[in-house]
Ligand binder design. Structure first.
Ligand code: BG6
Ligand code: MG
Length: 220
């Protein structure tokens, strides 16, 4: 199958906002005296805000009401958005701009497929809002990764078949979502050791475009 489009996750793939998510959840956990560390944080990658909160609260003995949960999620987002205020194009991760330019030069479409409701703000902050052919995000989906909804929506918005797309992800939930959508997947950073990733990389500086084109020729 020809490669028609590359769908990028946002947090931890395009930009280093995954660290801000960690810092904001750490503040909430400390405030609530709930144990939270980077290993638990790995499970929050790719999943929605409320699902992330549920994972954190599973380490507490206290029972939280829906109202309390909504307040904690709201507060976490306030802390996170304060951190996003300092975001700039300097926070775009290494290799991203070169890859985007190479794909555009080859007429391969580019899209965002993110669980985050803050996607529009983040893209504005890093100056990439107008560069993508489609943006599918947490504002337009019902189920977050590992459900394939966000990637299938991105493919639909681009007018391409799922099997013509490759996803780039830093989350296991994202790799699982790509597979469930019938797409090939590149695992970067935290997902570099994901067994189901077709290509595994520490960061995007080492992604060879020919390798990306070839991966879509492989049968899964
Ligand atoms: C994903 C992050 O991109 O977005 C998750 O990997 C996060 O950690 C999710 O929970 C939702 O983000 P937001 O910005 O809508 O709270
Ligand atoms: Mg991510």
């Amino acid at each position: 199958m020809n490669l028609s489009a590359v769908i990028f996750d946002l947090d931890g793939v395009i930009v280093s906002t995954d660290e801000f998510h960690y810092q904001a959840w750490k503040q909430i956990s400390d405030q609530e005296q709930i144990y939270f560390d980077r290993e638990i944080n790995e499970r929050l990658r790719g999943v929605s805000r409320m699902e992330s909160l549920e994972i954190i609260l599973s380490h507490s003995d206290k029972t939280y009401s829906e109202n309390e949960k909504n307040q904690l999620a709201h507060r976490k987002n306030e802390i996170y958005c304060e951190l996003l205020n300092n975001l700039s194009p300097n926070d775009i991760l290494p290799g991203v701009i070169n890859l985007l330019m190479s794909l555009i030069a080859r007429n391969i479409k580019i899209a965002i497929g993110s669980s985050s409701k803050n996607t529009p703000f983040i893209l504005d902050q890093i100056g990439l809002t107008t560069n993508f052919d489609a943006i599918a995000d947490g504002n337009s989906i019902k189920k977050s990764k590992p459900d394939p909804e966000v990637f299938l929506l991105a493919a639909k918005m681009l007018g391409v078949k799922p099997e013509e797309c490759v996803v780039i992800e830093d989350a296991k939930a994202g790799i699982d979502a790509a597979k469930a959508a019938g797409m090939k997947a590149v695992g970067v950073g935290s997902a570099a050791h994901c067994v189901d990733a077709n290509i595994k990389l520490n960061d995007l500086t080492s992604l060879d475009l020919e390798q990306l084109l070839e991966v879509n020729e492989i049968r899964s």
